[in-house]
Design a protein around this ligand. Structure first.
Ligand SMILES: [Zn+2]
Length: 818
């Protein structure tokens, strides 16, 4: 459980660790047109919630349960402590749990509920939600108007006295007053933006003036010290307010919550997260990306991008969640951090908010959406009890073997995750589709829904049984010329896209399938998304693995049996049943984790064989780091490289003397078919300098050189030294000084070398494959196993597959620059 204030005070005295509780808020950026200030640095946008109608699915069911709960809640009970705080009478029954009249966090749920009501209204048009929210705002305004009478400063509004703020400023024990106020700020902004409540904006601007008054009185050092106490997304909500009002005081107030202790290492791309309270930090970083959108200051963007990369690659469980006992641990500690208090649900709510803002910033990053899907199905959807009419919510999702989910209740819980759960479940329509502000539609998620794209005068109806059915269908009503970009997830190999029954494209995983045409009413796009049964090993223990089908994590069902150790799984015993996504293994049933409720389970297994290579093994964008964008965790190490403008985003620049990139050992271990595709700009052509060379020395390797001793580009592979090489010789050397796309594929004994999307050479007797090379240990880009020159040039968007790309796929990469 979370720390009480006394423990927290001890923590503050002894360490620099911040925070003890959790947070969240809505962000809910309406269309850019709703704001006075357009966002800077974005090239994709959300549709308004009202534009997306959910059709029947587990998501609409989850939303419906929260809708019922919102209408069930008694406003007077939610307002009880607000009224008492300013001397107004209240005879309502007090709430319990974290809303009890003696809990220092009281009032936070009213903020969450304002956001949830606003979102529910915007999603459904049901005025009952708006009416309920309006009534809350009316009383909150009344309470705020009594601030001075009650002995507080002008503009103060809370369910607890302003002395809590004195205490946090003075570094005295108090829970998290600004965390609580952030929920209220955000709820009021949502009521204004999504439900058109003018009074909510008036109350909010009064609160914003109050917070600036408080912080202007402090020195910078005092403010920074205060920020060691969890404060939610104060910088985020005040930035969002600035984008709405254009009032520079609101941005200044936001920036007073920029927490240097957290931001400075992130700006330097340093993972300093160990022992920091996880959900205290995530909202700060959502604030950072919004501050980038408001100011164009790239440091804010870098903080957010680096944080996302660090958290999703080094601190994230298979279900997409993070934290153990609410804290980040040392990088890559996953198998060693399985407990009953893993994966606080607020964290994924907030990570998804961050993820969509990052996608708006860089819509070439399909991996953002892949993560969104992972956490949405396996954590967010998995954490609401489908057997509760009111959508009761997990706080943690236990990931120890034999864990069981426990849930909140109507009036006696009100934990943080109960609040963010209400918010998550009233905005499922917010990320299924995006647009580019002009003629491009992004189809991100495969959730049954109808999009009304008013700017284009069309509707898009998406019908799918996904994930139980590995396909989706889009039907266009209306006409016009526009582009539809359908996400092809990194897990979906052999996907196909048909337009009106004709195969349009067989897109590569980790890309968008782009369909640009003049559409007519009734046009249909059918997408197949084959889902393979795979296993995901943890970063810190390769024998601890989760079982997945496509993006869906399976949980093993153990009924009432508690487990003292990870269950053993023999992968070859996994047998599909007649129920979609359901398997058995060794007498245990496995089913989608989001369906596992009311019994003990295990997500992780002890497996005595390494998982087979995924079909899409790794992708390196080299956008400032060596991260693997597939999410498979095969991080590269850049040695003596720098980052320069690339073919897309950044590229890694190698100096020709000692710079190279090292990929993990066994990068293609066991593969028979394979593909390696990348962009390279050879600045200086030197014989035998390697584009790549994967091997374990001069005896065992496979390499591509831009120019061999014969004067042309060459791919070669051998398990028996240079004398045993099998080769594919190009007709010419790679050009110098120009970005060039190169790809090598092997399919059976056919090896093909492509340059700039076109086949230039083949070898039909390429009998040696990576499987013959064993688990290679020196897998280098820009460096040879021999004493050859290092590559002088730049490399971008390196893709590695354990299958042969088709000629169409290679041509697609070459033409799209990806
Ligand atoms: Zn929480």
């Amino acid at each position: 459980m979370s720390s009480p204030p006394v423990t927290r005070r001890t923590v503050l005295r002894t360490t620099a660790v911040a925070g003890a509780f959790s947070a969240a808020s809505p962000l809910f950026m309406a269309e850019p047109a709703a704001a006075a200030r357009p966002d800077a640095g974005v090239s994709a946008y959300a549709f308004p919630l009202a534009a997306v109608q959910l059709l029947s699915s587990p998501f609409s069911a989850a939303a419906g349960r929260i809708h019922s709960y919102l209408l069930f809640l008694d406003n007077d009970r939610l307002l009880h402590t607000f009224r008492l705080n300013v001397g107004l009478a209240s005879s309502a029954t007090p709430c319990g749990g974290w809303e009890s009249p003696t809990t220092e966090l009281r009032g936070h749920s009213t903020g969450h509920i304002l956001s949830a009501l606003a979102q529910a209204y915007a999603s459904t048009g049901n005025t009952a939600f708006k009416t309920k929210g309006d009534q809350l705002v009316t009383v909150l305004a009344q309470c705020q108007s009594r601030a001075v009478t009650a002995g507080y400063n002008t503009g103060y509004l809370s369910a607890f006295p302003e002395s809590f703020i004195d205490r946090v400023e003075a570094r005295q024990a108090v829970w998290a007053p600004y965390y609580t106020l952030h929920k209220l700020f955000a709820g009021l902004l949502d009521m204004h933006l999504l439900a058109g409540n003018a009074q909510a904006l008036t109350v909010l601007t009064g609160m914003a003036a109050w917070v600036k008054f408080r912080n202007d009185r402090l020195t910078q050092t005092q403010r920074q010290n205060m920020l060691d106490t969890e404060f939610g997304g104060m910088n985020e909500v005040l930035t969002n307010l600035y984008q709405l009002t254009g009032n520079a005081a609101h941005l200044a107030a936001a920036q007073q919550f920029d927490h240097a202790e957290i931001f400075d290492p992130l700006a330097a791309n340093t993972d300093n997260l160990n022992n920091y309270h996880a959900n205290t930090q995530i909202p700060k970083v959502i604030g950072a990306i919004r501050e980038y959108h408001a100011t164009g200051t790239t440091r804010y963007r870098d903080i957010a991008v680096n944080f996302w990369d660090i958290v999703t690659r080094r601190h994230t469980y298979a279900i997409g969640g993070n934290s153990n006992g609410e804290y980040f641990k040392a990088p890559d500690r996953i198998a060693s951090e399985l407990s009953d208090t893993t994966a606080e649900c607020c964290n994924s709510h907030n990570m998804l908010k961050l993820t969509r803002q990052l996608f708006f910033t860089d819509p070439s990053r399909v991996d953002y959406l892949d993560y969104y899907e992972k956490a949405l199905y396996n954590h967010i959807l998995a954490s609401q009890d489908p057997n509760s009419a009111h959508g009761f919510q997990c706080y943690y999702v236990p990931l120890r073997a034999g864990g069981i989910k426990t849930y909140s209740n109507d009036y006696n819980s009100f934990v943080c995750c109960h609040g963010t759960g209400m918010e998550s479940s009233t905005k499922f329509g917010d990320s299924i589709y995006f647009h580019d502000g002009a003629g491009t539609l992004y189809v991100n998620l495969f959730i049954p829904s109808v999009l009304t794209w008013s700017a284009r005068g069309v509707t898009i109806r998406q019908e799918t049984g996904f994930p139980e059915a590995a396909a989706t269908k889009l039907t266009v009503t209306g006409s016009g010329t526009f582009t539809v970009k359908v996400r092809i997830p990194s897990w979906a190999s052999s996907a196909t896209v048909r337009v009106n029954g004709t195969v349009f494209v067989s897109p590569a995983p980790g890309t968008f399938a782009t369909i640009n045409r003049t559409w007519a009413s009734g046009d249909v796009v059918d997408v197949t998304l084959p889902m393979a049964l795979t296993r995901e090993a943890t970063n810190d223990n390769s024998s601890v693995q989760a079982v997945k089908v496509g993006p869906i994590v399976l949980g093993g069902l153990f009924g009432t049996s508690n487990l003292s150790a990870l269950p053993v799984l023999n992968p070859s015993s996994l047998t599909a049943t007649s129920t979609p996504l359901q398997y058995t293994a060794g007498g245990v049933t496995l089913q989608p984790f989001y369906k596992v409720h009311g019994q003990r389970y295990s997500v992780y297994w002890s497996v005595n064989s390494t998982p087979p290579l995924p079909l899409f093994v790794a992708q390196y964008l080299f956008d400032g780091n060596g991260n693997d964008a597939t999410g498979n965790g095969r991080t590269a190490t850049v040695v003596n490289g720098t980052y320069v403008t690339g073919r897309t985003g950044s590229a890694v620049n190698l100096n020709g003397s000692n710079g190279y990139v090292a990929l993990p050992a066994g990068i293609l271990a066991g593969a028979t078919n394979f593909s390696i595709a990348l962009w390279v700009r050879v600045d200086v052509l030197a014989n035998w300098a390697r584009v790549f060379d994967f091997g374990s020395g001069t005896g065992v390797n496979m390499f591509l050189t831009a120019r061999s001793g014969s004067g042309t580009a060459r791919f070669a592979i051998t398990a028996t030294g240079a004398g045993g090489e099998q080769r594919i010789d190009a007709p010419a050397a790679l050009p110098a000084g120009a970005w060039t796309h190169v790809a090598v594929t092997r399919n059976g004994n056919l090896g093909v070398l492509y340059v700039n999307g076109a086949e230039v050479a083949r070898n039909t007797a390429l009998t040696t494959s990576p499987a013959n090379l064993g688990s290679t240990t020196q897998n280098w880009v820009g460096r040879s196993q021999y004493a050859d020159p290092y590559l002088d040039g730049a490399v971008d968007s390196l893709r590695i597959y354990s299958r042969a790309l088709t000629a169409t796929e290679v041509a697609d990469f070459a033409s799209n620059g990806t």
